[in-house]
Design a protein around this ligand. Structure first.
Ligand SMILES: Nc1ncnc2c1ncn2[C@@H]1O[C@H](COP(=O)(O)OP(=O)(O)OP(=O)(O)O)[C@@H](O)[C@H]1O
Length: 638
């Protein structure tokens, strides 16, 4: 997706654990985002743009604090200029004529200015610092919540793309980076004002000194910015590797996989791969370190040479009598001040550039997520139940070449129970999600009441659907929230009770220490864990609580005991008699006998459809599958 592309050489060695998925970490990822430029000048030109993104954020987050920061840094800059100029006024007469009571007395006003300006500068810096510390966290929160809002509203298909996940990861770093950028940008302003002050003083002392000062400044800035860029590019190239390392550490410490990690002795296996991949990351760090050291050396060499040249020039100007000793003394003070300011300036440029690139990634991820926001058409669904159809429907998951569904036709009339059956991976769940409006067709149409899903108000479609997906969510929240999530009617006790009884969640809740208020998340203090079947009852309860006209059940009873399973299928049949439409994805063929129509999927296509009896008579794929299941229950001696 987007501009993230991976160059994948055919001869590439595949990773023993992640297969071709590791290719990005082998340094082949061609990251074209974040305005990564090669030339120093274009990078320098980029710097204001990088800062501007954060400043825009800051303006939205806390405009008053931003103003305080800007004014404070400006004042501190002015204070530095005044301090230096006044110091110069004190020193020159004293050094030219030698100290005397009269000269000392005449220097007092300038000394007072020095003191006053220094105090004003300190006050301004303190106010700026306080404002920055307020602004930073607010910017970070604003940036992160914007990213979260956009990611949560993106099309489900966008979240299937690994490129988008890499971008999201960089964007997450970008939200933290925005906080650093604002702090460092303030320091950069302060550094620049010091340089400006010193430059002005040097320019007044002798015009030659100014270009020499610049010659000591620029090479260091050059090496800092090149280093920052190298670090950023390296981090981007290794984003996939970092995520894979995180996945491995999550597997080694996670609760869900802990039993298998132990029972299958997978710990050493995973640790071995962690070590191997860490070694790749470390090698990259070492390479980066060498590059950075070379860059720093080059910058220091040129800066140092320019520094020597400055003092040689001062010496020559002195011996030639072009400038008096006092002026040379003031120049030395100015140059030393410049050096101190320079170090902090270089650090700030470094940080602002490097972190600014991440902020740019945040902006790019927000743009990308905004481009993939769930679309919604203008047509609202009518109040009464409508027919749902798929016509010549084809769907290809993002990044995949083979369609998960090809040229499939389905008709679901209001109040019908329609079952999808077929082998694993044959496209049943994909069809259910497309009919529910979670994905948009690659080609062909899904229509509700004759209106294509793209033209419908998506919200109104979701409002009509209750979905129990195969991998339904286990919300780390109370039992009550697990049934009522996102519903303002959460407090309706009667409705909650009906949903719990229908799904069998009532028995689960009755056994919980705090009933409805029990936290269903073992990873938190006071939390409780449910069994697979108990979770499934809770998931079903959620669908019942929604009381939607269309219910999609994807393997709703896979973890239930036989009694509960029969109970649930009776409930499902009851739903249809009360006018609900039911889409049932299941491998339990005994339960589809009551369906109005059964669609048989194979390899992404629908190969048969009809009532149970018709399909049995036809003697095709359905009859074969049914026969196989029935044989399992036949008495062994017959
Ligand atoms: N999120 C996804 N991204 C990419 N491919 C997917 C994704 N989900 C499913 N697929 C692929 O689409 C095809 C159909 O999957 P689907 O989940 O619809 O099958 P199914 O019939 O419901 O299978 P099962 O009976 O195992 O639940 C499979 O080949 C699967 O690998």
């Amino acid at each position: 997706m987007g501009r993230h592309r991976t160059g994948h050489a055919p001869s590439e060695v595949r990773d023993p654990l992640f297969g071709s998925g590791i290719r990005a970490s082998m340094g082949r990822l061609k990251h074209e985002g974040a305005g990564v430029r090669t030339g120093f000048l274009s990078m320098a030109r980029e710097l204001p743009g990088l800062v501007a993104v954060t400043v825009r954020l800051a303006r939205r987050a806390a405009p008053r604090d931003l103003l305080v920061v800007l004014v404070a840094e400006l004042l501190s800059g002015v204070a530095t200029v005044v301090t230096l100029m006044a110091t110069y006024r004190v020193l020159v007469p004293l050094m030219t004529g030698g100290p005397s009571a009269e000269r000392l007395a005449s220097a007092v006003p300038a000394l007072l200015v020095v003191g006053g300006a220094a105090a004003a500068g300190s006050l301004a810096r303190a106010a700026g610092k306080a404002a920055v510390s307020r602004l930073g966290p607010t910017i970070e929160r604003l940036a992160y919540t914007r990213l979260l809002r956009l990611a949560a509203g993106a099309e489900l298909a966008a979240l299937e793309s690994p490129g988008f996940h890499n971008l999201l990861e960089a964007a997450r770093q970008g939200t933290r980076a925005a906080r650093l950028v604002i702090a460092q940008a303030a320091q950069l302003l302060a550094g620049l004002s010091t340089l400006l002050a010193v430059g002005t003083v040097l320019g007044v002392l002798h015009p030659l000194l100014l270009p020499l000062l610049l010659a000591t400044v620029l090479p260091k800035g050059w090496s800092a910015v090149r280093s920052a860029r190298a670090r950023f590019v390296s981090a981007q190239r290794n984003m996939e590797l970092s995520r894979q390392l995180e996945v491995l550490s999550g597997l080694l410490t996670g609760r869900d996989v802990a039993p298998e990690v132990r029972a299958h002795a997978a710990g050493d296996f995973l640790l071995g791969h962690y070590d191997r991949l860490s070694a790749v990351a470390e090698a990259e760090q070492a390479r980066l370190g060498r590059d950075e050291a070379r860059l720093a050396l080059a910058g220091d060499a040129v800066s140092g040479a320019a520094g020597v040249l400055t003092y040689v020039t001062l010496g020559l100007l002195l011996t030639a009598g072009t400038i008096p000793l006092a002026v040379a003394g003031a120049a030395v003070i100015a140059i030393r001040t410049a050096k101190a300011g320079l170090i902090s300036l270089v650090m700030s440029i470094n940080q602002v550039y490097e972190q600014g690139l991440y902020v740019l990634e945040w902006e790019r991820a927000c743009d990308e997520a905004a481009r993939h926001q769930m679309s919604s058409g203008p047509v609202p669904l009518p109040g009464h139940p409508v027919e749902i159809r798929a016509d010549d429907l084809t769907f290809v998951y993002p990044g995949q070449s083979r369609p998960a569904l090809a040229h499939a036709d389905v008709v679901i009339r209001p109040g019908e129970i329609v079952a999808f059956v077929g082998a694993n991976g044959s496209g049943k769940s994909t069809m259910a999600k497309l009919l529910a409006g979670l994905y948009l067709p690659t080609s062909g149409r899904v229509t509700w009441g004759g209106v294509p899903i793209e033209r419908l108000n998506r919200r109104s479609v979701f409002d009509r659907v209750a979905l129990v997906a195969q991998d339904f969510a286990r919300w780390p929240a109370t039992a009550r929230v697990n049934l009522t999530l996102g519903h303002p009617e959460g407090g309706d006790r009667e409705r909650l009770w009906r949903a719990a009884v229908a799904s069998g969640a009532d028995a689960v809740v009755a056994g919980l220490p705090d009933g409805w208020e029990t936290l269903l998340a073992r990873e938190f203090m006071g939390g409780t864990e449910l069994s697979g079947g108990q979770w499934q009852r809770v998931g079903l309860g959620r669908a019942w609580f929604r009381d939607a006209p269309v219910l999609v059940f994807d393997e709703p009873t896979s973890a239930l005991d036989p009694e509960a399973e029969i109970e649930i299928f009776d409930q499902v049949a009851g739903l249809a008699t009360r006018g609900h439409t039911v889409i049932l994805v299941t491998h339990r063929l005994a339960s589809v006998a009551r369906a109005d129509r059964v669609y048989v999927f194979a390899g992404g296509r629908i190969v048969e459809h009809g009532r149970h009896e018709e399909l049995m008579r036809a003697g095709g794929a359905y009859a074969t599958m049914y026969g196989l299941q029935a044989a399992q229950y036949a008495p062994a001696d017959t």
